[in-house]
Ligand binder design. Sequence first.
Ligand code: NAD
Length: 496
Amino acid sequence: MGSHCESSVKIPPIKFTKLFINGNFVDSISGKTFDTIDPRTGEVITKVSLGDKEDVDLAVNAARHAFDYGPWPRMSGSERGRMMMKLADLIEENVEEIAALDAVNGGKLFTLCKAIDIPGAARTLRYYAGAADKIHGTVLKMSKGLQGYTLREPIGVVGSIIPWNFPTTMFFMKAAPALAAGCTLVVKPAEQTPLSALYYAHLAKLAGIPDGVLNVVNGFGETAGAAISAHMDIDKVTFTGSTEVGRKIMAAAAASNLKPVSLELGGKSPLLIFDDADIDQAADIAFRGMFYNKGEICVASSRVYVQEGIYEKLVKKLVEKAKATVVGDPFDPQVNQGPQTDKKQFEKILSYIEHGKREGATLLTGGKHVGQKGYYIEPTIFTDVNEDMIITKEEIFGPVMSLMKFKTMEEAIKRANNTTYGLASGIITKNLNVANTVSRSIRAGVVWINCYTAFDVDCPYGGYKMSGFGRDFGLDALNQYLQIKSVVTPIHDSPW
Ligand code: NAD
């Protein structure tokens, strides 16, 4: 495990730090700010306006007005799509600057933000922009002398509460389908990573998206976030984050105006590697599945089950990969793994590692923090673990893998399903029958066969069980921001 700390990329000046309400950057009503931190050092990058309930109210009023009276839901879908395409272009024109914001704010690898996250946002916008003029209902030939049709109407004002691990992807995963549907939004980015969201608000204005349609309120979960989930004038909440907060959001939605919610929560996803797998390919998939984005990824393959015939060889390869990982400054192109996003997360991961050791698991490699400052942790692999251990049951959300051995497919399926979560899963095998049987037997929203974290905007994605409900991405996500109205009329004297 090397560490490397030289960066040639200059961090751009931070241009946007206020709340974005009704098309303007404004101070919070209280005038308060909070520090946003660089996880490479633990030092303050800048101060950002701190939104609270009153600021959420202002943003909701703006979004409500834009929805009830403004042009956005009333214009043609192709016109909405045109502005979303323009926003996609503007994102691509500013890719370097935005990538630097996500890297400095979230400890994410600059090169990957530039190559994947930010272009992915443009692609997501274009996908839903293309769908915006294809939203239509059906004609119903009803019985009893009636004729009907359905309208698919935008659901209204959407509250979007998002986490810090993929600030850009999460922003557009929710905002793009909501905008295409004709909804207006109040977005609350995670308090750890507000910077790129504010940049997107600025670009949305440049793209011509009308004032009030896309509002951004920075702030903490218990205040700004809670105000969104309890708001009487928000028509839907979409959330990605922890299961614990998902419960609170659902309870607040039920206790207020019964707004529908969609929840994308945590995971403890199994990856099953069978004896016939190519060992090098399997090791690549398993390693990347777990350690991509320093393990801060809800679909992480944190439980890896390896069939006994290849177990020893695969363990050796995974340990070699962990040892070869360069942990360091996410702006340095030679670095493979940046710092964890914040101090709380950093401490939580280290405490899980200690817990794993106390529970009797064998620490094969890693386990320690790296360097004197910043939130760096070595890629960590445990073996001699079982499904009863805390480190195998709970989402760690950091670079910690549990490796387990299995004998038969039936055993592997049973153990893979022995979890309260059901977000993602993976299978590595050349045997089509095994792949098909396992994919039908696993209770999870995604099954990746001979690949992992293979996301694309056209593939719906979301959880089973306590990993939540509702789907992001794909046309299924668009449906979450639409509701169906049936229109019925009598039809007299028709011979048909
Ligand atoms: P979190 O669930 O607390 O935060 C996610 C978002 O919810 C943030 O915007 C936060 O401000 C907001 N929030 C927090 N409390 C709220 C409340 N009472 N009402 C409304 N909104 C609220 O996540 P975290 O504390 O940052 O991380 C804790 C754990 O959550 C992680 O260790 C990980 O296991 C999990 N997590 C999962 C994902 C995912 O992609 N599924 C992302 C981030 C974190």
